[in-house]
Design a protein around this ligand. Sequence first.
Ligand code: NAD
Length: 432
Amino acid sequence: MNISIIGSGYVGLVTGACFAELGNKVICADNDPRKIAYLKKGIVPIYEPGLEEMVKLNLKNKRLKFSSSISLAVKSSEVIFIAVGTPALENGEADLTGIENVARSIALNMDGYRLIVEKSTVPVETCAWVKKTISTYVRKGHKFDVVSNPEFLREGSAINDFTHPDRIILGVESAKAKQIMTSLYQPLNRPILVTNIKSAELIKHASNAFLATKISFINAISRICDKVGADVKEVAEGMGLDNRIGRHFLHAGIGYGGSCFPKDLEAFINIAEKLGYDFGILKAVRNTNEEQKKFVLQKIKDELWVIKDKTIAVLGLSFKPNTDDLRNAPSIDLIKALVQEGSKVKVYDPKAMGKAKDFLKDVIFCNDLYQAAKSADCLVVVTEWNEFKEMDFTRLKKLLKRPLVIDARNIYDPGLLKEKGFTYIGVGRGNG
Ligand code: NAD
């Protein structure tokens, strides 16, 4: 099929590259000309494992093209995916300016039937607005369908998630749209759930809200564990063995971040409010997450007493491993709070340092974790990168001014670290 993807970020680029890999002819468009210039050369401006190789290969065999012309993208393809950003406005509401702009551009450039697929995460009823907008601006009465096809990929494992999803959600209104979309996804051979459009839109927000709830729930349990001397990892394991609960997303730590959970939760609370429902559960989830970030800062203070002029090594900046994405990363709030209180902060991250340098001021960027640890009063692990799990503790102990490890992701064995002479503080590991 001839497909266009409008918005070539984490989701758009992965979607485009994977559909090209499946044998379709894909144009990825974006209104950021710098991004398109890089992509045309096969340079992927984000870090996502395997993506650059896939983009290069499909550029070479001419299945994938990049363009800054939305008009060209619309004219060249029958199926058009919208994958632009939907960031949060100040009041938490999703900013749908990008979606509206793209809907108008599609309408003005259509020269025949088009299937418009809404892939960005949007509030329920957005597709209805997209449909209305296209109907208003379309010329010569060209026909079209709108589909809601929310995306569930995770940064860091995006290609595998896109090609092996647990389910593909298709919110459709016509038999033609259903037929085109099911044949497009058929080569993946994964479960497809066809629903009405509003249900599909809600499935995305409801899923993300539920996952965030699981994280905040286990974080709340971690607070009790710390008070009574239980280990939240054991509690989570015991809970997770129950199939009704499941093991996933029961990892206590510094809280969730990233470009999706915080904004999607805000947007969902906001939509509910507009619809006259006070989504109290989600407000509590958000509050627990905010408290959790402060809780880690408090743990540092509980050990060091005064943190002014102390050197703190922070390992991990990205909101999770295997990505360079810093949007709403818990590391940023923690680092800003430490700097504000007068600590000297040394940081290291395997992939996110370049992006962090653009906006993180008054910190020392280090070349590796050992350089960060050198002469530090405390080492805080904020992102669970594999290289932090495998660090040389004997070397680390010699470098630190004081052998204190705050494990904000619970990646270490407390017994092992104690044996090696460290003071170990985890989250909900029973140590205050
Ligand atoms: P992103 O910021 O990485 O990419 C968005 C891209 O859209 C950018 O390249 C931007 O330049 C482009 N853009 C914005 N407005 C445009 C316009 N009017 N015309 C053309 N291009 C435009 O965002 P992302 O992380 O890819 O997220 C995109 C959507 O997918 C969001 O709604 C997000 O919530 C959702 N989503 C993201 C993830 C994820 O893990 N990142 C997962 C599932 C769903």
